[in-house]
Design a binder for this molecule. Structure first.
Ligand SMILES: *Cc1c(COP(=O)(O)O)cnc(C)c1O
Length: 331
């Protein structure tokens, strides 16, 4: 049934598949077989998981003859940066409502947003951000423009399709490496990544592969509710007879270290550890917390020694520069 996903219109924003590599030294230290799906390695503007979602979302926007994208995110948002880059690649304008946390100084993603010419509209309270997007859309329509509003994180049914295809890539690449993953571990936020991987595995008849989401801030029940909704609405959109319930998702919220965007010594320690073991960069908001979770789940025996584990590197490295002062504190 994965052909239903493959037949959806898609814009090409990067070459796929992204690489999947064996992290030999980390594998040895942790006592597992660790593969890293490098979704941080993409052509479009430093890459990351939002690119896969935007391939489907952009195709829809272009089909509707939209000429300007509107989205929102935290000030340090990777999603805003990549939406801006995707918009530019297809000749569209872009507005982004941005909310705390994150600095507005010209560093990291904010610097890149400005280079890309995204119009940043700061709003103090996240609760007002959706309304601000709709107000912006109305204003642009009154000026004769045709705006397209993308939800925070690209967490729409079309966004979910991007990660359903990633599940196919992961299984194919595992097969060619001669392994079968038992777990896929990744940072989870607005949910399209986890909902998409879970849906893709179900469509492929591979739901024995367990997806473990590490929340970067939200409490687990709230994330799971969103995952159920996203999974079910996407499966309805595809016209497939698959339904998910809360039991189909595992989300750990104990690795957020004080909440979204909070950077503690543990987070920087993991960034240093992975940089010094594998030469691989993690970001302090998403991937470092996800890797901390993975390591702790191995330590606790939830992930059994000897298991084959795929860590999805969802990107976000520019954030390390935006939070240089916080990271520096624990160097
Ligand atoms: C957005 C983001 C996530 C979370 O992905 P969701 O699909 O929103 O759950 C994880 N890692 C990075 C680097 C991100 O930018």
């Amino acid at each position: 049934m994965i052909w239903k996903v493959l037949s959806y219109p898609r814009c090409r924003l990067t070459s796929l598949p992204t690489p999947m590599e064996r992290a030999a030294r980390l594998s040895g230290e942790l006592g597992i077989e660790l593969l890293v799906k490098r979704d941080d390695v993409m052509e479009l503007c430093l890459g990351g998981n939002k690119v896969r979602k935007l391939e489907f979302i952009l195709a829809d926007a272009l089909n509707r003859r939209c000429d300007v994208l509107i989205t929102r995110g935290a000030t340090h948002s990777n999603h805003v940066r990549l939406t801006a880059a995707a918009a530019r690649k297809f000749g569209l304008d872009v507005y982004a409502v941005i909310t705390p946390p994150g600095s507005l100084a010209n560093q990291g993603n904010v610097l890149l947003d400005r280079l890309l010419g995204a119009r940043l509209v700061p709003v103090d309270r996240v609760e007002e951000a959706d309304e601000a997007m709709l107000g912006l859309a109305e204003k642009l329509r009154a000026e004769g423009r045709n705006p397209y509003v993308i939800p925070v994180g690209g967490a729409s049914e079309l966004g979910v399709l991007g990660y359903a295809l990633a599940a196919l890539e992961i299984l194919q690449q595992s097969l060619s490496l001669g392994v079968r993953p038992k777990y896929i571990v990744h940072a989870t936020g607005t949910g399209a990544t986890q909902a998409g991987l879970t849906l893709g595995l179900r469509l492929l008849g591979a739901s024995d592969v367990k997806v473990l989401g590490i929340s970067n801030g939200r409490r687990s029940p709230e994330v799971v509710r969103r995952l159920v909704d996203l999974f079910n609405s996407t499966s309805r959109m595809l016209g497939v007879d698959l339904r998910a319930s809360e039991d189909d998702f595992v989300v750990y919220d104990e690795y957020a270290f004080g909440g979204y965007g909070v950077i503690t010594s543990e987070v920087v320690d993991v960034m240093k550890y992975v940089a010094r073991t594998e030469g691989m960069l993690l970001d302090p908001v998403y991937t470092a917390k996800a890797m901390y979770g993975l390591i702790d789940l191995v330590r606790r025996g939830t992930i059994e020694r000897g298991s084959t584990v795929v860590f999805v590197h969802t990107g976000g490295t520019p954030i390390a520069f935006q939070y240089a002062a916080e990271v520096e504190r624990y160097l």
